[in-house]
Design a protein around this ligand. Structure first.
Ligand code: GTP
Ligand code: SPV
Ligand code: MN
Length: 592
């Protein structure tokens, strides 16, 4: 269905003129349309049909070998003033951006179809939702977008004749990493992505719209777009506390959002309700409380490490209607990845499309992986056994606690609570984490990643910090703010904390603290748990391990403080004075 929306139709025609596709197809979101697109993709090899008895409705896609993760170095915020992008973003002027990308878009779709995908981030028609329209020459993108967003005719109807929408243009072009650009024009509500076919680079509703553009809009409109999971913890009494947690890419959001209580805590009867695993849009309601929606309708989750023990809910979610990207294809037409279920296959086709056997050594001297470390699954939220009845609620859910966390082998203890909202914003701003396979770059290197938003903030991060303080002032009953670290290691590099389901033990403490039920141990960085207050029933950590997990080392923190100072210096005068004050207070508390 073509739109009855003149601005939209004109824009589609204008973009088509530039990209020169053979035809234009409007995506309606129907089952028949999905099947037709899949069929076409099977014929061209863009998709492989998997074993339909074992994995009904499931398909496999392999991206280009140099196109397996977000390319942050090729991602730009294009504002008229460089300062508005800030020191942590790559910047290009809008003129240069349109020119540079325009040259690559020119005729990029010739011989191809341009698909027009109207989509809604958030339930269609909710006052909190935002509409986008993505133009793309990739069937893979269409099939992903109809899972992770609400897409099709319903959205066009809702858009009417003059509704606002984010203009999202994508072309694979020639998938050349030297001709790849992911550009955001927040002043024009526009996104241009060219030269990639991978996830976050091309599913433009996700990181590009729901985080970078939405964070910009949210600041102007007084709400927040965050890289956060949302989960509910229901007690047997029926009382449910909702938590939002920001961890950097591939640091455990999907896993925490779908948590299954560990044996030792089962008796307490907690039920986990998944609302979202990657993005939260949060607003203050009239009564001064903070409410969150998940703008997405599907998961785009990390495959490696997903198994019946670590994340049974994810395993159940991806048994049907799932798109697998860059995993290993087994001989029986099913899929596998490192630390997946079942025995390691004796052979298969690896993520690059080559024959694979376990233990074969690659060029880097290490055993070749069957699945790419950033291989992913795309599946509808509705297939998750733990999905919350409120995942689709236009109002969202009320947030009791906010958690920040990173992947740190040392420094950050298992959990601590901030003293108050201002201190909590400071705790978020000093987050740091090891770089993972979710982005190009040196793996394992620790970098500062405030609120897990370093790659996703669509404007100057100093202004983003100020926005957090402003939001705090608007709340009567602001959520309590915590920091967690599941990834502390011992001398041999082994994780000290079992993680996964056992993380509920920490969430329980967080909820008790949020509701003011228990005491604390004060430390220079914030409130630590009294170890007696952590329910470790059924868990044998070993001697002295919980002490190590909760340890705050002055020596380590003195180094950390230097690094924070250096990071803060990047922002010059724009750094909010509150953060300067909090850093000085931290230094003073260590000196006491
Ligand atoms: P994005 O989708 O990239 O934003 O990532 P995410 O934050 O949703 O990460 P995800 O839950 O997919 O986890 C990434 C990796 O961390 C997987 O390989 C998990 O197995 C591993 N992981 C998740 N939770 C834990 C944990 O509690 N402990 C340990 N040791 N590893 C974990
Ligand atoms: C992330 O990298 O944080 C993701 C995956 O959630 S992607 O959508 O590719 O950005
Ligand atoms: Mn993410």
């Amino acid at each position: 269905m073509e739109a009855k929306h003149e601005v939209l139709n004109n824009w589609v025609n204008e973009m088509a003129k530039m990209c020169n596709p053979d035809r234009i197809v409007w995506i309606n979101g129907s089952m028949a349309e999905k099947e037709k697109l899949e069929k076409e993709a099977f014929q061209t090899g863009e998709l492989t049909l998997l074993n339909q008895e074992k994995l009904p409705g499931c398909v496999l896609h392999r991206t280009a070998i140099n196109d397996v993760a977000r390319t942050e170095n090729l991602t730009f915020i294009c504002t008229s003033k460089k300062e508005d992008a800030g020191p942590t973003n790559n910047w290009m002027s809008p003129e240069e951006g349109y020119k540079k990308a325009g040259d690559i878009f020119k005729n990029s779709m010739s011989g191809r179809t341009m698909y027009v995908i109207p989509f809604s981030m958030g339930p269609i028609g909710s006052p909190f939702s935002k509409i986008g329209v993505e133009l793309t020459d990739s069937i893979y993108v269409v099939l992903n977008m109809i899972i992770v967003t609400r897409a099709g005719d319903e959205v066009l109807k809702n858009l009417g004749t003059n509704g606002e929408f984010t203009k999202c243009l994508h072309s694979k072009a020639d998938l050349d990493i030297n001709r790849r650009l992911i550009l955001h024009f927040p002043e024009d509500n526009t996104i241009w992505s060219v030269g990639s076919g991978y996830g976050g680079n091309v599913l433009l509703g996700k990181k590009c719209l729901a985080l970078r553009i939405a964070s910009y809009i949210g600041r102007n409109e007084g709400w927040m777009a965050e890289h956060m999971l949302i989960l509910g913890i229901e007690k047997p009494s029926g009382e449910t506390n909702y938590i939002a947690a920001a961890f950097p890419s591939a640091c455990g959001k999907t896993n925490l959002a779908m948590l299954v209580p560990p044996e030792g805590l089962k008796i307490k009867g907690y039920k986990i309700l998944t609302v979202g695993d990657d993005i939260a849009w949060m607003r203050v309601k009239e009564d001064g409380s903070l409410w969150a929606i998940n703008p997405e309708s599907g998961f785009f989750g990390v495959a490696p490490g997903t198994n019946m023990k670590s994340n049974p809910n994810a395993v159940a979610t991806i048994q049907k209607n799932t798109i697998f990207t860059n995993v290993l294809l087994k001989n029986d037409g099913t899929v596998w990845w490192e630390n997946g279920d079942g025995p390691i296959p004796e052979e298969g086709i690896d993520w690059m499309g080559n024959p694979w056997k376990p233990g074969v050594i690659g060029e880097d001297g290490k055993p070749k992986k069957g699945a790419n470390p950033n291989s992913r699954f795309t599946a509808p939220l509705t297939q998750c056994p733990s999905i919350s009845p409120y995942f689709d609620d236009p109002e969202g859910v009320p947030i009791t606690a906010i958690i920040f966390g990173g992947r740190r082998t040392s420094v950050a203890p298992l959990v601590y609570q901030s003293f108050n909202w201002e201190h909590g914003v400071f705790v978020g701003s000093i987050m740091a984490s090891e770089i993972t396979a979710a982005q190009y770059g040196a793996q394992g290197v620790v970098r500062r990643d405030p609120m897990a938003m370093l790659p996703f903030c669509g404007y100057n991060m100093a202004d983003y910090f100020s926005h957090w303080f402003e939001m705090g002032k608007k709340m009567k009953n602001a959520p309590k703010i915590f920091h967690v670290n599941w990834f502390k290691t011992d001398e041999n590099g082994k994780f000290l904390w079992p993680g996964y389901g056992d993380n509920l033990r920490v969430l329980e403490w967080i909820i008790d603290r949020s509701n003011g039920n228990i005491g604390v141990v004060e430390s220079p960085i914030g409130y630590l748990p009294d170890k007696e207050d952590l329910d470790l029933t059924g868990l044998d950590l070993g001697n002295g391990v919980i002490e190590k997990l909760l340890d705050v080392s002055k020596v380590e923190w003195e180094k950390e403080i230097k690094d924070i100072r250096e990071f803060y210096n990047k922002f010059g005068d724009k750094l909010p004075v509150e953060l300067e004050k909090e850093l000085n207070n931290l230094i003073k508390r260590f000196a006491r």
